[in-house]
Design a protein around this ligand. Structure first.
Ligand code: AMP
Ligand code: GLY
Length: 407
């Protein structure tokens, strides 16, 4: 089977790496650190299966265009991708599906938005309706800050059109949990649970990022909790999508909060998590290409299987990430890190240096994944890999998976 992976980050490198166990893989546009990267647009590549990594091309209808040309695609069409592309649409669907979620209101005008905000209690939550690269959410104890966010969003100043419609939500508390399911339009099967780390600094200090690390499995998530999430969240969502005539074939990534009143949905993503993919897929013992092809064909049969071991990934970030990452620094040590038993380096924000070699070309530059029999062993290996890597200004968290590993 020939598989075309669309995207250019660490998630796509991990997809390509695991797909290539059983398939021929090309990645478009990829990056200079991902083998099989080609600049050819996906429409011009002939493949048996297309796997679309990021949300933006999904929301933009790339899956629809490829399907219209008779291709087999893993990834929802623009209709299903609204789950991530419009929070207002997603919230409306959750209510119709009877899925537990925070109370909310949707607004395009300041006056009713401010009046609704006044009825809420802290923490106040204000979100852009549209895609804002993970930055369109304010969670604050301060009424003034929440009021200011409403003004900034609706005016288009903060996030352009993405913020001209906004959602105000009840603030919830509790640990967060992500469950990723593979869907074939009517059926869904869960992947092994993973936990990511959103804040830039150790101990969850500093600003939010796209994710600074992840681990799998998650000791706190047992089979019963996973089954509950599938039964009460993922399956009703898929059924409601079907009722709306949407044939959802791709990943449903459910972001939940375990509140004192039980689990509630925070958000859906319509793609694999990044960097969760870099710990979940390496643990797969069944055939990924076959699984995604089955889902894309509406024919999911057997659920994926995972090894009994563990994986930990640590994101190596560029100086000043997430505010304004510096790029162009030469990267050293990828080979030395990859030579360590159980270590794989996935290239995310990398470019080709003028004198050969790889240079930093984004905020999250490399993902160093360690695998081992236990989380502690996987974590030791990941950090042994990280220790081999260097460029000026490299930073990473030191506490990825430390408490789950019992340290
Ligand atoms: P979202 O993009 O909707 O997942 O929001 C990003 C992050 O904001 C989440 O991972 C939570 O940490 C936080 N968040 C979002 N919605 C709420 C809420 N209703 N209550 C508390 N925290 C929230
Ligand atoms: N790691 C969070 C995400 O992919 O959205």
């Amino acid at each position: 089977m020939k598989v075309c992976v669309v995207g250019s980050g660490g998630r796509e490198h991990a997809l390509a790496h695991v797909l290539s166990r059983t398939a021929e893989v090309v990645v478009t546009p990829g990056n200079p650190g991902i083998p099989g990267s080609v600049p050819t647009p996906p429409e011009e590549i002939d493949a048996d299966l297309y796997v679309i990594g990021p949300e933006a091309p999904l929301v933009d209808g790339l899956a629809d265009r490829l399907r219209a040309a008779g291709r087999t695609v893993f990834g929802p069409g623009a209709d299903g991708a609204q789950l991530e592309g419009s929070k207002a649409w997603m919230k409306d669907l959750l209510v119709s599906a009877g899925v537990p979620t925070a109370q909310h209101g949707t607004f395009t005008e300041a006056e009713p938005a401010l009046a609704f905000l006044d009825t809420m209690t802290p923490p106040f939550v204000v979100k852009t309706d549209g895609l804002a690269a993970g930055k369109g959410v304010v969670v604050t104890e301060s009424l003034t800050e929440a009021r200011n966010a409403i003004g900034d969003y609706l005016s288009g100043q903060a996030f352009g059109d993405a913020g001209r419609t906004l959602v105000i939500e009840e603030g919830m508390t509790g640990p967060e949990l992500s469950v990723l399911a593979i869907c074939d339009g009517t059926r869904a099967v869960p992947l092994a649970p993973a936990q990511d780390f959103k804040r830039v600094g150790d101990g969850d200090a500093g600003p939010n990022t796209g994710g600074m690390g992840a681990y799998s499995p998650v000791p706190a998530v047992d089979d019963e909790l996973l089954a509950t999430v599938m039964r009460d969240f993922v399956e009703p969502t898929l059924a409601e999508l079907q009722r709306r005539g949407i044939d959802y074939r791709g990943v449903l990534y459910a972001g939940l909060m375990l509140t004192p009143e039980g689990p509630k949905m925070l958000e859906y993503n319509v793609r694999f998590g990044d960097p969760e993919t870099q710990v979940v897929l390496p643990r797969l013992t069944s055939d990924l290409a076959q699984l995604l092809h089955d889902a894309a064909s509406g024919n999911l049969s057997s659920p994926p299987t995972f090894d009994d071991g563990a994986a930990v990934t640590v994101v190596c970030a560029a100086e000043h990430y997430p505010a304004s990452p510096r790029t162009g620094d030469p990267i050293d040590g990828i080979e030395a890190a990859s030579a360590i038993d159980g270590v794989t380096v996935f290239c995310a924000g990398v470019g080709a240096g003028a004198e050969g070699g790889l240079v930093t070309a984004g905020g999250r530059v490399l993902n160093v994944t360690g695998q081992g029999a236990t989380l502690a062993e996987a974590r030791d290996r990941a950090y042994a890999g990280v220790a081999k890597i260097s460029w000026p200004g490299l930073h990473h968290r030191n506490d990825i998976a430390s408490s789950a590993a019992g340290e």
